[in-house]
Design a protein around this ligand. Structure first.
Ligand SMILES: [Zn+2]
Length: 131
């Protein structure tokens, strides 16, 4: 697959479209992502903000000093993670893609905080913390 990519939240109120390839596609196992998503890890693509169009009302929560999380204001789907440090980027949850297999992770990060029952078999590069 190739750009554009598009997706949205469960109820359809929030929509996004990426007009270029992502800067990276990673699975993050940090505790912050676990709590913010309610899942065992967060699979996301990070795009330069200029390459993302978004529509719909979101709520914003600063889950750390470095990242805000944006969820659909209606259904609560955690769709975006927005780093605060430049350059302006936006992380998008892979599971919100309309074609959910169209972007594939290239690395596993923060595996030092991975849940013990999560077993990784994909052979991708792994990093104890961010990469
Ligand atoms: Zn929604």
């Amino acid at each position: 697959m190739s750009a554009p990519y598009a997706g949205g939240c469960l109820c359809g109120q929030v929509r996004w479209r990426a007009t270029a390839e992502p800067a990276n596609v990673r699975v993050c196992h940090c505790r912050n992502c676990q709590r913010a998503t309610g899942g065992p890890f967060f699979a996301r693509a990070v795009f330069l903000a200029d390459h993302i169009e978004r529509a719909g009302e979101t709520t914003r929560w600063p889950t750390s000093e470095r990242v805000d999380r944006l969820s659909c204001a209606r259904c609560g789907t955690p769709v975006f993670a927005e780093p605060k440090d430049p350059p302006a980027r936006l992380g998008v949850a892979l599971a919100t893609l309309d074609d959910p297999g169209s972007l594939v992770p290239e690395a596993q990060i923060w595996v030092s905080e991975k849940l013990a029952w999560v077993t990784i078999h994909d052979g991708l590069p792994r990093f104890p913390q961010g990469a």
